[in-house]
Design a protein around this ligand. Structure first.
Ligand code: ATP
Ligand code: MG
Length: 395
């Protein structure tokens, strides 16, 4: 069967009244962004709280379904047959034809579910379902009715504008449409964790921006390209991502010169958070996102997290906080970032890592060490923010 239309469904819990329009507008905007990449022509039609995507001839089914499967907020994607002819004889013919084309002569069970949205249509949903069940049984000897647990739930919707028939439900990613829950700044490194963290927050409807701290020549151009690539991969779900690339070299070298080396990682992380927050504030982001998880590395013990958190005034979202590494890897494989994340380019922390970094930083000592950086560090921070590069990442 060649489908020309998709009925896309979203979870309705908590989307009532005025919010519903905002939610649907954002959802449609994201569907358009996702479909733009397929190059297909289409029209989006809203009817009685239903959203249909009507495709023009020559579109690619697989590409379209793949794109829709990445739109947060979509719970199910149903390829649907839509037609204007509402005469019941025509509906019967269409239902039989649908079953033949989609299921061929496979032995299966079905049940008809009718929604009579057009209240002037003759009959009740029960009588319509019963009548359609009967003509399908007559027309398709391979099919049987099972009212308790049908393999094929055949949905027939009699609308004011016409009739819809569908039985296939492809799971969408769930979540909320990007843009319905504000904006946040993701600290994106080249690792496995932060792209997954960005994905998870975007899934809750948050528009994400990203910042990467680059330390040339200690970190290579290839390492930076890898982060650009990861931002693009995340953008397949999150929509176009503005990636800010901050040159962190002078700050790192300066901290290296002035502070005890075992405190380097933690102090560097504190400066990353401070700078991320400065950029976030300028761009309307209201929270930070990191890929931290308790105990994963020395800079992620509870004491270290307390220390890096201390310098932020914005909330820091750490969606992976309770995840094991293996669970994070599994997610990164699912969303398609893993292969890129494991490419072996050094990230900016590895070069300056001390042999025995502090794992339980003492707040007072860290603050003392930072005092030794004096006014100069603020100049370096200002300079780093002023000279940052910005790349719009999309694919
Ligand atoms: P990831 O897999 O995300 O790189 P990681 O296990 O390497 O994480 P850390 O290096 O301790 O962990 O970093 C913790 C978090 O700090 C990262 O998840 C990321 O959000 C942020 N971060 C670390 N390095 C950078 C960087 N160079 N640029 C931007 N953010 C960074
Ligand atoms: Mg890292």
């Amino acid at each position: 069967m060649e489908f020309k239309s998709f009925l896309v469904k979203y979870g309705e819990i908590g989307v009532k009244g005025k919010n519903r329009f905002k939610f649907e507008d954002a959802l449609i905007h994201q569907i358009r962004l996702a479909l733009r990449k397929t190059g297909a022509d289409y029209e989006i039609v809203r009817e009685h709280g239903r959203i249909y995507v009507d495709m023009e001839d020559g579109y690619d089914y697989e590409d379209t379904v793949d794109a829709l499967k990445r739109v947060f907020g979509l719970v199910t994607i149903c390829p649907v047959v839509r037609f204007a002819e509402k005469d019941f004889e025509a509906v019967k013919r269409a239902a039989v034809e649908y079953m033949k084309q989609v299921y061929g002569d496979r032995k299966m069970t079905f049940k008809v579910f009718t929604r009579r949205i057009d209240k002037s249509y003759p009959g009740t949903s029960e009588t319509i379902s019963a009548d359609l069940g009967e003509v399908i049984l007559n027309g398709c000897p391979n099919l049987k009715v099972d009212v308790k647990n049908p393999e094929i739930p055949l949905h027939v919707e009699i609308r004011n504008e016409g009739v819809s028939i569908y039985s296939i439900s492809i799971p969408g990613p769930g979540g909320m449409p990007v843009g319905t829950n504000g904006r946040a700044m993701l600290l994106l490194s080249g690792g496995i964790d932060s792209p997954v963290a960005g994905y998870m927050i975007a899934k809750r409807g948050v528009l994400i921006e990203a910042v990467y701290f680059h330390a040339p020549p200690y970190t290579s151009e290839r390492a930076k390209q890898k982060v650009v690539e990861l931002a693009k991969l995340v953008s397949r779900y999150a929509g176009p991502v503005n990636l800010h690339i901050v040159n962190f070299t002078d700050i790192q070298l300066y901290i290296y010169e002035k502070c005890p080396h075992e405190e380097l990682t933690i102090i560097m992380r504190r400066y990353m958070m401070r700078i991320a927050e400065m950029i976030a504030r300028k761009n309307g982001s209201k929270a930070l996102i990191t890929g931290e998880s308790i105990g994963q590395v020395a800079s992620q013990t509870v004491d270290s997290l307390v220390s890096t958190n201390e310098v932020c005034t914005m909330p820091v979202f750490r969606p992976l906080i309770g995840f094991d590494k293996l669970e994070i890897i599994e997610r990164s494989e699912q969303i398609g970032t893993y292969e890129t994340s494991i490419e072996p380019y050094e990230d900016c922390c590895t070069i300056f890592v001390a042999k025995h970094p502090v794992t339980h930083p003492d707040a007072e000592r860290i603050r003392k060490s930072e005092e030794s950086l004096g006014e100069r560090i603020n100049e370096l921070v200002q300079e780093a923010v002023r000279t940052k590069e910005r790349i719009l990442c999309e694919m």
